[in-house]
Design a binder for this molecule. Structure first.
Ligand SMILES: Nc1ncnc2c1ncn2[C@@H]1O[C@H](COP(=O)(O)OP(=O)(O)OP(=O)(O)O)[C@@H](O)[C@H]1O
Length: 254
């Protein structure tokens, strides 16, 4: 992959990424990138390869081939630098329910080597922004599901990552909490964060700058929601997604 000047370089770059489980090719040469301040929705039905991709992006295992770069750092050759530039909200909650919101965030800050004085102000800032400052000292167990997810988002942002990975982050939330979380993340574009939002829920991709449709380990199409609709000749993103991933044309009124 060519080196680009820092000002124009995408924050996340995937080039021909491949991963197999035995004979099962989960990722068959996946390429796309995410620019600073861009919200990219990775849409795929079950089994598309989204979880496998996230496992590669979070350093759980290496790709069999291809290249991943985060803020210019090659994930395989310089994983510490690459992973240090990533913030992630996993599909499964990973907070300690019996610790306070602040203690959960402090723990993460220390893991990233942020001094306590600095992390105190960052924790207050981020909790203010997401509207949870009043819950700073509450045990996570007392929070609603939606607020727990927001704490996870706050935690993912504490070390000021270049790339934010959201893996099916709205699973289990009610519609209002889903919308709130999506809006919080969309607002991060103004700060130049590159966002990769993986989901199988098409409505969450409507507001994306770009959509990548992943199916059976391959990128089927990418573009703005309007471009994806236009490519397929469907009348909505939902219908385009269905058409692409089921291999059948959508009915005219879908
Ligand atoms: N540990 C594993 N061992 C063997 N095959 C696996 C493993 N993990 C995933 N797969 C296979 O790889 C393919 C992609 O799965 P993956 O979980 O990455 O997709 P996904 O888009 O995240 O789907 P889901 O939303 O259902 O988790 C599937 O065919 C799956 O059966």
């Amino acid at each position: 992959m060519p080196d680009l000047p820092a000002s124009t370089a995408p924050m996340l770059q995937l080039h021909q990424v491949r991963k197999s489980y035995g004979a099962n090719e989960a990722l068959k040469g996946v390429s796309f990138d995410v620019a600073p301040g861009e919200f990219l929705a990775l849409l795929g039905p079950n089994g598309a390869g989204k979880s496998t991709l996230f496992q590669l992006l979070t350093g759980l295992f290496n790709a069999d081939g291809g290249e991943v770069r985060v803020d210019g750092h090659n994930m395989q050759h310089t994983p510490v630098q690459a992973l240090g530039r990533i913030g992630v909200v996993f599909q499964q909650m990973t907070l300690d329910l019996d610790l306070s919101v602040e203690a959960n965030l402090r723990f993460h800050a220390r893991l990233h080597g942020i001094a306590d004085r600095e992390s105190t102000s960052r924790i207050e800032d981020v909790l203010q922004r997401i509207g949870l400052i009043a819950q700073q000292h509450a045990k996570v167990r007392t929070l609603s599901g939606g607020n727990r997810r927001k704490v996870e988002l706050a935690r993912a942002l504490l070390h000021r990552p270049a790339v934010l990975l959201m893996d099916e982050a709205t699973v289990g939330l009610d519609p209002a909490s889903r919308r709130q979380l999506l809006d919080e993340v969309l607002a991060l574009r103004d700060q130049g964060v590159a966002i990769l939002w993986a989901s199988h829920l098409v409505d969450e991709a409507e507001a994306a700058d770009r959509v990548v449709v992943l199916h059976r380990g391959k990128v089927l199409t990418s573009g703005s929601p309007a471009e994806v609709v236009a490519h397929t000749g469907a009348s909505s993103l939902a219908s385009a997604f269905l058409q692409l991933t089921s291999g059948t044309p959508a009915p005219a009124n879908a």
